[in-house]
Design a protein around this ligand. Structure first.
Ligand code: XIL
Length: 373
C-alpha cells in the first residue's frame, strides 16, 4: 500500500511534468507563429525589393546623369558566368582589366604577346556600351621572369619598355579610353620605388612611358595610379609633386588614379580626399577612383556592413562634388571574386554585392547617393 503522502508527491510530480509539457507546447506554438511572421516579413521585403528593381534605374544610368562612369575590375574567364555578366552589363559603364593587361599576362616572353583575355574583356565592354580602363603598362609586380631576371643594357631596357607600351597601346587604339600608364611608382616614404624600371632606366622611365603611350594612342587619357595617396600625407604629397613636375615638363599625363583599397579600420578622411582631388584638379588633371574596395574583418557583422556602406558613400560623394572626378571604379563587384581574402588574411566582404550576387548595404548607399542630386 502506498501512503497518502507518497501518492500526493507522485501527483505533484505528474502535475509538474504535465505543466512543463503544456508550457513547452504553448511556447513552441508561439515561437512557430513568430517564425512564420518573420518569414512572411522577409518574403514581403523580398517582393518589395524585386518590385523596386524594376523601377530603380541601374547604377550606370544614374552615373551617366552625373557625367561620371561607374565600374568594376573584371577577369575574362568570369564573363562566361551568366549572373556575373548580367550584373556587370546592367550596373556598370566602365570596366578595368584586373589582370589581363599586366605585363606577365600580356607579354609572357620577350617575343610573345598574348591578347586573348584583354580582347575578350574589351569586346564584352563594347557589346554592352561600356568603356575600358587599361591596367597597367608599367609596374613592379606581375612581371615575367624574362624581365625580372633579365640582364640587359640600359638601351635594351628602354627598348623593352618602349616595345611593350607601343605594342599594347596601339593594339587597342581608340578602344581603351584610359590607361594606368605607371602604377605605384612612389614608395611609402615618398621616394621613387626601387623597381626594375627605376634601377635599370632611371627616373626618366616615368615620363618616357607617358610619351610612348601618347604616341601610340594620342586620344587615350593617360593616368598615374597609386594606393595610399588618396588623402593627405607624405605619400600623397610625393605623388602630387611627381605629377606636378610631369605637367610642368609638358609630359602627356591627363589624370591621377586613386586606388582606394581601404578598410573600416583605416580610411582617409573625406575632407582630405576632397582637398587632394582639388589640388590635383588645379593642375588640370582628371581624377578617377580606380580600385575601390572596403575590406572587413571576417565574419562581417551587420554594423560593419553599414559602416562599409557609409565609406563607399562618402568617397562617391567626394567624387561627385568635383567636376574633375570622372570615374568611380571598384576592384570587382561581387565578394565571390575579390582579391582581398587572398591578400589580407582574415579580411573579405569588401565589395558591394555578396557572394550570392545579392546587393549589400553599400550598393544601396551608392544607389541613394547617385539619386540624391
Ligand atoms: C591584384 C589583383 O586583383 C589580383 O588578382 C592579383 O593576383 C594581384 O593584383 N593594386 C593594383 C592591382 O594596382 O593591380 C592589384 O590587383 C591590387 C592592388
Amino acid at each position: 500500500m502506498r501512503s497518502p503522502m507518497a501518492f500526493k508527491k507522485e501527483c505533484l510530480i505528474a502535475g509538474l511534468i504535465i505543466g512543463l509539457i503544456i508550457g513547452c507546447m504553448l511556447s513552441f506554438i508561439v515561437m512557430g507563429r513568430e517564425v512564420d511572421e518573420l518569414r512572411n516579413q522577409v518574403s514581403r521585403l523580398r517582393a518589395e525589393i524585386e518590385q523596386l528593381r524594376g523601377v530603380v534605374p541601374p547604377l550606370r544610368t544614374l552615373a551617366e546623369k552625373h557625367g561620371i562612369h561607374i565600374g568594376a575590375a573584371v577577369e575574362a574567364n568570369l564573363l562566361r558566368i551568366k549572373e556575373y555578366a548580367e550584373i556587370l552589363s546592367r550596373e556598370f559603364n566602365v570596366l578595368t582589366t584586373e589582370n589581363a593587361l599586366k605585363f606577365e599576362r600580356v607579354h609572357p616572353e620577350r617575343n610573345v604577346y598574348s591578347f586573348s583575355e584583354a580582347d575578350a574583356i574589351i569586346s564584352f565592354a563594347e557589346a554592352n556600351g561600356m568603356r575600358v580602363r587599361g591596367h597597367t603598362l608599367v609596374w613592379h609586380n606581375q612581371l615575367p621572369e624574362w624581365v625580372t631576371r633579365g640582364n640587359y643594357s640600359r638601351e635594351e631596357w628602354i627598348s623593352i619598355l618602349r616595345d611593350h607600351i607601343t605594342t599594347v597601346v596601339s593594339r587597342y587604339r581608340g578602344r581603351v579610353y584610359a590607361w594606368d600608364v605607371v602604377n605605384e611608382a612612389v614608395d611609402e616614404d615618398g621616394s621613387l620605388r626601387k623597381t626594375v624600371w627605376l634601377q635599370n632606366i632611371g627616373p626618366e622611365y616615368i615620363e618616357l612611358a607617358f610619351k610612348w603611350a601618347h604616341e601610340a594612342d594620342p586620344q587615350a587619357l593617360l593616368f598615374y595610379n597609386d594606393y595610399g595617396a588618396e588623402g593627405l600625407g607624405v605619400k600623397s604629397d610625393a605623388v602630387y609633386n611627381l605629377v606636378k613636375s610631369l605637367v610642368e615638363k609638358g609630359v602627356p599625363i591627363h589624370g591621377v588614379g586613386l586606388q582606394m583599397h581601404v578598410s573600416t579600420e583605416y580610411y582617409p578622411a573625406p575632407q582630405d580626399i576632397a582637398a587632394n582631388i582639388k589640388r590635383l584638379s588645379d593642375l588640370g588633371l582628371e581624377i578617377h577612383v580606380t580600385e575601390m574596395d572596403v575590406r572587413l574583418r571576417l565574419p562581417a557583422k551587420p554594423a560593419d556592413l553599414v559602416r562599409q556602406a557609409e565609406i563607399y558613400r562618402d568617397v562617391l560623394m567626394v567624387c561627385l562634388s568635383s567636376e574633375k572626378c570622372t570615374a568611380f571604379v571598384m576592384w570587382g563587384f561581387t565578394d565571390r571574386y575579390s582579391w582581398i581574402p587572398g591578400f589580407f588574411s582574415g579580411y573579405g566582404s569588401a565589395l558591394i554585392f555578396d557572394e550570392n550576387y545579392d546587393p549589400k548595404p553599400a550598393y544601396y548607399y551608392i544607389l541613394k547617393s547617385l539619386m540624391s542630386r
